[in-house]
Design a protein around this ligand. Sequence first.
Ligand SMILES: [Fe+2]
Ligand SMILES: [Fe+2]
Length: 225
Amino acid sequence: MNILITPVVRTPDNIDLETHQATRDWSDRTALAITRGLRFLADTFFAKRYGNRAIVLETVAAVPGLVGAALVHLRCLRWMRDDAGWIRTLMEEAENERMHLMAFIEIARPNWLERALVLVAQAAFFTFFLLLYVFSARTAHRLVGYFEEQAVISYTQYLAEIDAGRVDNVPAPRIAMEYWRLPLGARLREVIVAVRADEAGHRDVNHGFADTLRPAERLRQQRIG
Ligand SMILES: [Fe+2]
Ligand SMILES: [Fe+2]
């Protein structure tokens, strides 16, 4: 962990919507298989209820950054090493995901089943992700990278529903206006475009972290540095 990764600042206009990281080894394939399994479950459970889907999935999305930051922090203490900016980047990701949740909770209302799902999902996902990160931080970051690829796709589909008139393009909540500094009169569409840009940023950062942790990359870094 000796490369400083500077997060790319994504604006809604310069994001790459199509990026897909090809799998290169068992770690990537495991991450992709888990992502596809969870995508299938989410599609089955939520179908086109994108607002409710966003609320439940954002409660999960805010977990990895916190877990990663805590474990990197502890590792840096144990080995008395610098974190190369990873902790702050991961904590910013966690906070950003929590702000997505705060924005969508103003737009959709979860039912009792979804609220129960959030409780179970947090317990299960936190435990799973913690163990995964301890076992293979590289797989954990790749998993988040693939999750975020799916998040970009889901928010693009959400936008298509608005554009087709099947979802009301309601006024943007105040919290979203302030957080993303949206112009006066901004609506749900602008909020989703901003959220999607954040997800694309997390996607690229986490794939970058996973690349850094690949044994071949690490060896190359050690030779260079
Ligand atoms: Fe998010
Ligand atoms: Fe995300």
